[in-house]
Design a binder for this molecule. Structure first.
Ligand SMILES: Cc1ncc(C[n+]2csc(CCOP(=O)(O)OP(=O)(O)O)c2C)c(N)n1
Length: 687
């Protein structure tokens, strides 16, 4: 096989580098050994503390993983390159610069600036200066976020390499395969290291991976360099990392390194490997311990003497004991901080109203908001399925953006919602980009929900404010268009139930434009739900165009129509229906106050409460199924806070507890109709 120019360059460099007599490699190999021993001593100390019931309750042993982690870290530029080390990659974290004191403090759940400050279990690394974004417990969720950061480096033209690691079990996750696809398609500067210890807790690779080799499967991705190494062999590992990093730094695309290593310890302090590993297997794994093997090589090559080695080990052992003591002096986070940093506070941009423009519909308002914000901020990038070029999304909201701003600012993604959500997360980490991602229909957000619910929503909280994700996820939602069960869902209650997400639903063109601009200005994750049936609705939703600098703050409900007899609360489509019903009932002498929530999170409860205190009667209407809909939350809260003002039981109208069917007659039966709202308002008024 002929070598590419970059491979040739690497090859010639390696000939020098891998000669153990070269001083730079001697130095690096000794550094590697130090990191390995530091990791091992920390491991020993942590498991001792768990056994003595003196420390945290949970420990993940990393014995056997030290060499691959240390070599990987020492191949990168700390603070320039980015890293997503998984929980068994402590050697990597140490090699990159995380301090033993910090790691012990994280293990003991103490109040430290890095590694979550007591919010996460141990071994969930996070360190802003070292460019380690906040890691989670969801196996494999780091892969696509790393892709996002690599895309950000590519868009910024920065020579930054992104490292991501995982175990062999994590390669079964869909995100792993979505990562290989996107990174290869976009030729991203990504170095993926799979620390293949042959087991995912008790499941061997034979039961995990078809054909037994993830490297073999990955070779199908054009543009991906694949390396298989013995992760206990220094020279092999060093060479693979050197090449992969050079390929990434030279903008030649991603690499996958599969490093075979033993997991000598239990999966965790709650696991007993004797239940699933024979003595023979355990003995064989122990025989592959990378530390004695590497030490022997260094002693034989004369890189280190036994005496110096013993001194080094004594020094490292001592430093680990001291770090554990120091960490134990650090206090626990104060109880008062338990729910701090769910959202990042920020200065809401000053809003300037300008002369009203022509009347526009909601879809044009959204398109104009995107254009204006992309002009204002070069960091705003738009992506999703079909959003680029002539089509501009299946509803045309992103039309003209690629023509105006180029394909780097508005690009198509593969048909993969987890990729879209995680790409947004990764892009947002750099402090420059403001991703505005489109999910084609809210109904299809579910395949990306792990990234939205388990990752994006809580990164600011989990990192104790160290990381921020200024992300906007736009989703067309809602029914009344004969979309059937998969183009009709109203998912706002699920979203509102997830701490850390802001949830916005505009019901007219002026609000849509001003709220989308605010969503882009907000440093927190915002899910922006756009009702499909309102995109082109003219009679109620069209409004004179608002100006470039006109922002609408979140958490300000609108009193669409004042009234004194009954309060009606709606959002999205039900605002239109409620207003029409109120207009009609006004002719019968009934005065209905119609309120549009505009944002569910944050919620303007004060406006709702004041209205109910005035009218004494409340109807809430939404099209999502009634059970556990957002109306349930509002009515519970209102019952608690407005009990003494209520003259009638709070009424709720929702969709039936049933998927939304396609046939028009059936759809009308399932979704609330204007006549239902009219009827409920009449009944309430007659109390
Ligand atoms: C998505 C998800 N499913 C299940 C788990 C529970 N879990 C934690 S670690 C683990 C095994 C992971 O194995 P592997 O990726 O091979 O890494 P290793 O632990 O062997 O280093 C499992 C099943 C989880 N954390 N996340």
């Amino acid at each position: 096989m002929s070598m590419t120019p970059i491979q040739k360059k690497c090859d010639s460099l390696l000939k020098n580098l891998l000669d153990l007599s070269s001083s730079s490699l001697r130095e690096k190999s000794l550094q590697t050994l130090e990191v390995m021993w530091l990791t091992r001593y920390i491991d020993d100390k942590m498991s001792k503390l768990v056994r003595q019931n003196k420390g945290g309750t949970f420990h993940l042993g990393v014995t056997g993983h030290e060499l691959i982690g240390a070599v990987s870290a020492l191949s990168l530029k700390p603070g320039i390159d980015w890293a997503f080390p998984y929980y068994r990659d402590r050697a990597f974290a140490i090699g990159l610069g995380c301090t033993p004191t910090d790691l012990f403090a994280a293990f003991l759940a103490r109040d430290i600036p890095h590694h979550s400050g007591g919010r996460m279990m141990p071994e969930h690394f996070s360190h802003k200066e070292l460019r380690i974004p906040c890691q989670s417990s969801c196996v494999g969720s780091q892969f696509l976020q790393a892709v996002g950061v690599a895309k950000s480096a590519q868009l910024r033209g920065a020579q930054e390499v992104v490292y991501v690691s995982g175990g062999d079990g994590s390669t079964s996750q869909g995100d792993f395969h979505e990562m290989l696809n996107f990174a290869s398609l976009h030729k991203l500067p990504l170095v993926i290291v799979i620390q293949d210890n042959g087991w995912a807790i008790s499941v061997p690779v034979a039961d995990q991976t078809a054909g037994g080799s993830i490297a073999k499967i990955a070779r199908g991705y054009e543009g991906l360099s694949v390396f298989e190494v013995d992760g206990c062999d220094y020279q092999e590992t060093e060479q693979a990392l050197f090449e992969a990093v050079a390929i990434a730094r030279g903008s030649k695309g991603p690499s996958l390194i599969v490093a075979k290593i033993p997991r000598i310890a239990a999966h965790s302090s709650s696991d007993d490997p004797k239940k699933y590993k024979s003595e023979e297997i355990q003995k064989e794994e122990l025989s592959r311990d990378p530390i004695p093997r590497f030490e022997k090589e260094l002693l034989e090559a004369g890189v280190i003497t036994q005496e110096v080695l013993d001194q080094m080990k004594q020094r490292l052992f001592q430093s680990v004991e001291e770090a554990a003591l120091q960490a134990d002096q650090i206090p626990f986070p104060p109880r008062s901080d338990a729910d701090k940093n769910v959202f990042k506070s920020f200065n809401v941009p000053a809003s300037k109203t300008s002369p009203e423009g022509e009347s526009i519909v909601l879809m044009d308002a959204l398109n104009h908001a995107l254009i204006e914000e992309m002009e204002r901020d070069p960091g705003v990038v738009v992506f999703g399925e079909d959003v680029a070029h002539g089509k501009g999304g299946v509803f045309g909201i992103t039309r003209t953006l690629t023509d105006r701003f180029g394909v780097s600012r508005c690009f198509n993604t593969p048909l993969a919602e987890s990729t879209i959500m995680a790409l947004a997360i990764g892009l947002s980490f750099d402090g420059f980009h403001k991703p505005v991602a489109e999910i084609q229909f809210a109904d299809y957000s579910w395949t990306g929900m792990n990234q939205l619910f388990n990752e994006l929503s809580s990164i600011h909280y989990r990192s104790n404010g160290e990381w921020t994700c200024p992300v906007v996820i736009r989703m067309p939602y809602g029914g009344y268009i004969q979309g059937g069960p998969y183009h009709s869902q109203s998912i706002e209650a699920f979203l509102a139930h997830c701490p850390g997400l802001k949830v916005v639903i505009p019901s007219n063109a002026a609000d849509a434009k001003r709220l989308l601009k605010m969503a882009i200005a907000d440093p927190n994750p915002v899910v922006f739900l756009e009702h499909k049936a309102l995109y082109r609705q003219r009679l109620f939703c069209a409004r004179p165009e608002t100006g470039r600098d006109d922002f609408l703050p979140f958490g300000k409900a609108e009193i669409v129509r004042e009234g004194k007899d009954v309060t009606f609360i709606g959002w999205g489509m039900t605002v239109l229906m409620g207003t029409e019903a109120a207009d009609l009932l006004a002719k019968e002498g009934l005065s209905v106050e119609v309120i549009d929530l505009r944002t569910l999170i944050p919620l303007d409860f004060a406006t709702l409460l004041a209205s109910v205190q005035k009218t004494g009667k409340l109807l809430i209407a939404h099209e999502a199924p009634r059970t556990c809909g957002f109306g349930a939350e509002l009515s519970a809260r209102m019952a608690q806070e407005a009990f003494h003002y209520l003259d009638a039981p709070i009424q709720r109208i929702g969709g039936k507890d049933c998927p939304v069917p396609y046939c028009k007659d059936l759809e009308e039966e399932v979704l609330p109709q204007k006549k239902d709202i009219e009827q409920a308002l009449r009944t309430l008024a007659s109390y």
